[in-house]
Design a protein around this ligand. Structure first.
Ligand SMILES: *Cc1c(COP(=O)(O)O)cnc(C)c1O
Length: 398
């Protein structure tokens, strides 16, 4: 099966991988196995399980058939040997890092990364005697930060909010001969737009809350890769950041349409990015599919689509930018991304509310920065709505 699967396209894998085969009662759809524990017929069966002679489900924290089906589908999509599901993206990030690092070791983290991931390294890992370096998303910066005791290099790609695409083969070549593993948070790319494991990454993490679930209705996370995933599973059995069967089922349902949704979101985002970049009221658009983006060449080399998130700076102050956001009719004001509904946020207020304009500028976040997570609405409707909302900025252009 694995060999045949390797030849199949993402659409076929998304529909069939991991969820085909003998379902109880011949159902086409996967069943939800809502159970916290499993019975053994007799002591002989228990012993055969314990010795590994006939391994099977035992207790909900160690696995569930619905979860196993979702993991098989995710592994196929990521081109991985193993995948492990979690109750959230952050459970995947934290459990993975705790499994890979111990006292006296060091992690290199690229900047422009998910704020909670950075907080975990800065506030929690440091308490355990694990040091960190936060560097720009380039192979040169990673090389300069490497120490003999570095065990993990963690990068996101594309990054948030500036959508920089990491040159994974270049970073992987810097790590050749070094014990550090390359871990890529690929939430913004998804396996449809990029396969980091084939570009030098050792592990790939996704917040399945975003595109993989795809409907703004679940929280989940996943880590995919080689045998190290099974070591992470052993730690999950202790830490307990597991996914429940119903969520795993919703993820399987969402994954079946992942390639279609991503294709639509890629296309709409590209069209909107080009239109917004041409508008005099927009100072700058950050989208890896635009030739003006700093990492466009890397994106062209490594990605097959540029994703559904666009960031832009308006020619407006804090209040003018808020007027634009409030004037849009289709996008909803919310954090997150990857669902059918287009979501919009003024980054200064959604993620950096407690800071002053000057403090935000020091972090590289302008008051006029807007992040648009494109959904599945018609591109023309979104375009008309966004262009009309730009009128609300008013004459106070910067
Ligand atoms: C959302 C997100 C996370 C965290 O995932 P949750 O499912 O919200 O816990 C981690 N990394 C990136 C890039 C994200 O966008």
């Amino acid at each position: 099966m694995a060999e045949e699967e390797a030849k199949r396209g993402s659409g076929t894998l998304a529909v069939h991988a991991g969820t085909d085969g003998a379902q109880p009662h011949g159902t086409v759809a996967l069943g939800i196995f809502r159970t916290s524990t499993y019975t053994f017929r007799d002591t002989a069966e228990l012993c055969a399980h314990m010795t590994g002679e006939r391994p099977r489900m035992e207790y909900g924290r160690y696995g569930n058939p619905t979860q196993a089906a979702a993991e098989a589908k995710l592994a196929a999509l990521d081109g991985a040997q193993h995948a492990l599901l979690f109750g959230s993206g952050m459970a995947a990030v934290t459990t993975t890092l705790l499994a890979m690092l111990r006292q006296g070791q060091h992690i290199v983290l690229t900047d422009d990364c998910y704020r909670r991931t950075r907080q975990f390294c800065v506030q929690i890992l440091s308490r355990l005697g694990i040091e960190h370096s936060i560097v720009p998303t380039t192979a040169e910066a990673v090389a300069a930060a490497l120490r003999p005791e570095t065990r993990v290099v963690l990068t996101e790609s594309p990054t948030n909010p500036y959508l920089r695409v990491a040159d994974l083969p270049a970073i992987a070549s810097v790590l050749r001969g070094h014990p550090a593993k390359l871990v890529v948070d690929s939430t913004f790319a998804t396996p449809i737009n990029q396969r980091p494991l084939s570009q030098g990454a050792d592990l790939v993490i996704h917040s399945a809350t975003k595109y993989l679930g795809g409907h703004n209705d679940i929280l989940a996370g996943v880590v995919s890769g080689g045998p190290i995933v099974e070591a992470i599973r052993d730690l999950q059995a202790i830490l307990g950041g597991i996914v429940d069967p119903e969520t795993a089922w919703l993820l399987v349902r969402g994954l079946k349409t992942l390639p279609l949704r991503i294709a639509a979101q890629n296309a709409t985002a590209q069209r909107l990015a080009e239109r917004l970049e041409a508008d005099p009221r927009v100072a700058r658009v950050y989208y890896p599919g635009l030739p003006t983006h700093g990492t466009h060449e890397v994106a062209r080399r490594l990605m097959s689509g540029y994703g559904g998130v666009i960031s832009m700076e308006l020619r407006a102050d804090l209040a003018g930018t808020s007027r634009f956001i409030d004037a849009t009719r289709i996008p909803q004001i919310a954090p997150s991304l990857g669902g059918p509904e287009t979501l919009i946020e003024q980054v200064a207020l959604m993620s950096y509310f407690e800071l002053t304009t000057e403090e935000r500028e020091a972090l590289g976040i302008r008051d006029s920065l807007v992040r648009l997570a494109v959904g599945l609405e018609d591109a023309e409707d979104l375009e008309r709505d966004l262009v009309a909302a730009l009128d609300a900025i008013g004459p106070a252009h910067r």
